[in-house]
Design a binder for this molecule. Structure first.
Ligand code: FAD
Ligand code: EPU
Length: 345
């Protein structure tokens, strides 16, 4: 366990200059609990972080940030599947690469998503037609108050679109310590999304899907090592079938994704783009030129710049389409997470 200097800049992919009272890197479950319990005794707030790729620090954090670096990957081969047990602090993309190198397919559509493996269940990461829940076997969570570890099955995680139990019932006082994945030997390529449709399902290999996904992502998403960002800033909104039909009358090219529930998902990036906001800036923050759903730290932005820009984007989209976007990114204030929608109201 090591105590770091208190700048959060290296610990958030927006590269925002924020500070914490202190930063602790935890390498095992015991260190996680001890650090958290120390803060409890001192009555200071705590925040768990993986790689900080889905957080927005709107100001300095007044307490302790605990960075999860619990490592270890075990792969077990069974008759019908490979079972992986992964420490929560492992890097997600490196895990995807490792499995492919070991001849274990199934994670290729989720390549290049930043962050830790243990953070993947929190918002049920998804891309290019696959969501984590399709491969998740279990999640191990620790009760930070008493160190008790509990295993939740995939069903118990209550996965939804960018949602899970870890944003609700298990949000406070719990930390994810490990992730179990089940990758079936009956591998079937998922080629339903974007340019993947052009690949031949009879001959395609997991590696080709991995390469195609990496290529598509690199062509539109900014690399956080170069330009600060947290991926999609807002979630894609769900509207009723009637509302979608109404929008389609006025905007015949609007992308619509009908859901099993009868609701229709809209592409927030398309809505923002049609408000002609690509490249629009506010202070040091801007709407990304190649993907309007991504807000970037273009020039030494502050957290407040990003919030101000997000508020304008949200209001413009509502004024034009009567749809209110909700942030995907988690807003962190001095004492912990705050309600992002309220912060933008
Ligand atoms: P962090 O940002 O560190 O934490 C996220 C939240 O989880 C915080 O509230 C934190 O307090 C909490 N937390 C962190 N660790 C733990 C733990 N061990 N136990 C309990 N709570 C914890 N997401 C997608 O779904 N699909 C994409 O295609 C995608 N593309 C992206 C592209 C870019 C360029 C970027 C920057 C982000 C993208 N994201 C995407 C978002 C992000 O990568 C994911 O949300 C990722 O899972 C976050 O991991 P992290 O370790 O950085 O989490
Ligand atoms: N679009 C535009 N203009 C833009 C951006 C998008 O017209 O500036 C249109 C596209 O042409 C396409 C549609 O909107 O018709 C959807 O765009 P894209 O395929 O780029 O995906 P997205 O809906 O913007 C979602 C996820 C991403 C994930 C991709 C690929 C959310 C909030 N975002 O983005 O996840 O990588 O699909 O599956 O669901 C993230 O969560 O951080 C993230 C990057």
């Amino acid at each position: 366990m090591s105590r770091q200097k208190n700048s959060l800049k290296p610990w958030n992919t927006f590269s925002l200059e924020a500070a914490a009272a202190n930063i602790t890197v935890a390498e095992n479950a015991e260190q996680l609990c001890l650090s958290w319990q120390l803060s409890q005794r001192q009555n200071e707030p705590t925040l768990l972080l993986g790689e900080g790729s889905n957080v927005l620090f709107i100001e300095d954090f007044s307490g302790q940030v605990i960075i999860n670096r619990l490592k270890g990957i075990e792969i077990q081969e069974h008759n019908d599947a490979w079972l992986l047990h992964v420490g929560a602090g492992e890097n997600w993309h490196q895990l995807v690469e490792l499995t492919l190198n070991e001849g274990v397919p199934g994670l290729e559509n989720l390549a290049l998503i930043p962050g830790c493996a243990g953070s993947a269940p929190i918002q049920n990461i998804g891309a290019y037609g696959v969501e984590l829940e399709q491969v998740c076997a279990y999640v191990d969570v620790i009760n930070l108050a008493d160190g008790h570890i509990q295993r939740l099955t995939s069903e118990q995680c209550l996965f939804g679109y960018r949602d899970s139990i870890f944003k609700h019932q298990y949000r406070d006082s719990f930390a994810i310590v490990a992730l179990g994945l089940r990758l079936s030997k009956a591998w079937k390529p998922v080629l339903s999304y974007g340019d993947l449709k052009e690949l031949d399902p009879q001959t395609v290999t997991p590696r080709q899907i991995f390469d195609a996904v990496c290529h598509m992502r690199r062509s539109k998403l900014p690399d956080p090592r170069v330009t600060g960002n947290a991926g999609s800033f807002f979630k894609n909104p769900l509207v009723s079938a009637e509302a979608a039909t109404e929008l389609q009358k006025n905007y015949p090219t609007i992308p619509l994704y009908p859901q099993e529930t009868g609701d229709v998902k809209l592409a927030a990036g398309w809505l923002i783009d049609r408000c002609e906001l690509k490249g629009f800036s506010q202070g040091g923050a801007a709407v990304h030129e190649k993907q309007a759903l991504v807000l970037i730290n273009s020039e030494n932005a502050t957290g407040k710049d990003i919030v101000d820009l997000a508020r304008i984007v949200r209001q413009r989209v509502a004024a034009k389409f009567n749809v209110w976007l909700e942030p995907e990114v988690r807003f962190i204030a001095a004492n912990g997470e705050i309600n992002a929608v309220e912060a933008l109201a």
